[in-house]
Design a protein around this ligand. Structure first.
Ligand SMILES: Cc1cc2nc3c(=O)[nH]c(=O)nc-3n(C[C@H](O)[C@H](O)[C@H](O)COP(=O)(O)OP(=O)(O)OC[C@H]3O[C@@H](n4cnc5c(N)ncnc54)[C@H](O)[C@@H]3O)c2cc1C
Length: 333
């Protein structure tokens, strides 16, 4: 385990790139080092879903465990991946090997280890569709444990790892990918692909859509969708659709309705709205950006402003999808 004791600039370790510093950064390169993980450390992958609002006083453990191993059985592929591998590189690697299924999740930034934490999803797929189990270091019990998909308690942008962020450190993700590939084309722009469609067609289309729609964090610092899409009751939906007939919605299997948080924000003409250096992205209202020189206070003020106008206009409480940290740890808005 390599450790940095000098004051380190965190702006290079999270994609929103606020000017925060940390005292104690530890790089976890292999499973053998798990005993050294401090119980109060924040676990960091690629920092694409994390915003350091201030300097950080607790230790940070950057998980960099590498390695991809593929085995095949009659009907499926088993793929064991180190938590520190880059997610998009894994998607490309598997596609090249003819192992298909993850292509809808292409170009999501971050590490493989963070993917189960918020059960990353896009274009009709979620990573939980392909997870067999996750190997973790249990910081409470101080032992290695394999957590089954059921025990991961996956939900929409949710899992047990997100609910108890100080307990487990994900070291490996074990995927089970059926050899019988089924394309997932239910999402609007993918429907238009010419048949017969290949996994590589989907991969290329997803990359093209995302490149056109979302700001590249390397160019415009951001953390992707800032808020989760709200899930509301049918009666609340009936009230809203009468007032906003063009409002997009998705019916869930539970009978509840999921709304597009980006549409709710955009409909209030907030694209481009700015507080200090924090702004609502001009093309994608769900993404807040660091337009230059943003501070943590700017981000919090902007996010709270959005929360309050969305509540005033629709009676809906948005919830942050990003992880916000002040000097002591995770905070809510
Ligand atoms: C431009 C852009 C587009 C995005 N698009 C999508 C999208 O389409 N769908 C989607 O779901 N997300 C999306 N995201 C969000 C983000 O990419 C994902 O949440 C990703 O999984 C975060 O990975 P990371 O390694 O950067 O996580 P980090 O920000 O480093 O960490 C995220 C959370 O996971 C925890 N964590 C990280 N690694 C581990 C580990 N090894 N063990 C235990 N806990 C850990 C952290 O403590 C933190 O709570 C997008 C982000 C950006 C910037």
């Amino acid at each position: 385990m390599s450790e940095t004791k000098i004051s380190t600039d965190l702006s290079t370790l999270h994609t929103f790139r606020l000017p925060a510093k940390a005292q104690d950064i530890i790089f976890l390169d292999s499973q053998e080092q798990v005993n050294d993980i401090p119980s109060d450390a924040y676990i960091l992958g690629g920092g694409s879903n994390t915003i350091f609002l201030t300097d950080f006083k607790k230790p940070i453990v950057c998980v960099r465990v590498k390695g991809i191993k593929v085995r095949q059985a009659k009907e499926h592929w088993s793929v064991k991946v180190g938590a520190g591998e880059d997610w998009h590189n894994l998607v490309l690697f598997l596609n090249k090997k003819g192992i298909h299924g993850l292509e809808n999740l292409a170009l999501i930034p971050g590490t493989v280890g963070a993917a189960p934490v918020q059960n990353i999803g896009a274009y009709g797929r979620e990573v939980s569709d392909f997870i067999d189990y996750v190997q973790v270091w249990d910081r409470q019990e101080r032992k290695l444990v394999n957590v089954s998909t059921v025990d991961c308690q996956f939900g929409y942008r949710d899992s047990i790892f997100k609910q108890y962020p100080m307990r487990w450190v994900i070291l490996e993700v074990h995927f089970l990918i059926p050899k019988l590939w089924q394309p997932e084309l239910s999402y609007g722009e993918l429907k238009a692909l010419n048949q017969p469609v290949s996994a590589t067609d989907i991969l290329n289309k997803v990359i093209a859509i995302r490149t056109a729609k979302l700001p590249d964090p390397k160019v415009i610092p951001n953390a992707g969708s800032f808020f989760k899409n709200p899930v509301i009751s049918r009666s609340k939906y009936s009230e809203l659709i009468e007032r906003f007939p063009t409002m997009p919605y998705f019916e869930l299997a539970t009978g509840e309705i999921k709304l597009a948080a980006g549409w709710l924000i955009d409909h209030l003409n907030l694209k481009g709205f700015k507080i200090g250096g924090a702004a609502v992205h001009m093309q994608q209202a769900l993404v807040l950006i660091n337009s230059g020189g943003a501070t943590g206070a700017d981000v919090v003020k902007l996010a709270r402003h959005i929360l309050s106008v969305v509540y005033e206009n629709y009676g809906i409480e948005l919830e942050a999808e990003v992880r916000l940290l002040d000097e002591k740890g995770l905070v809510s808005l």
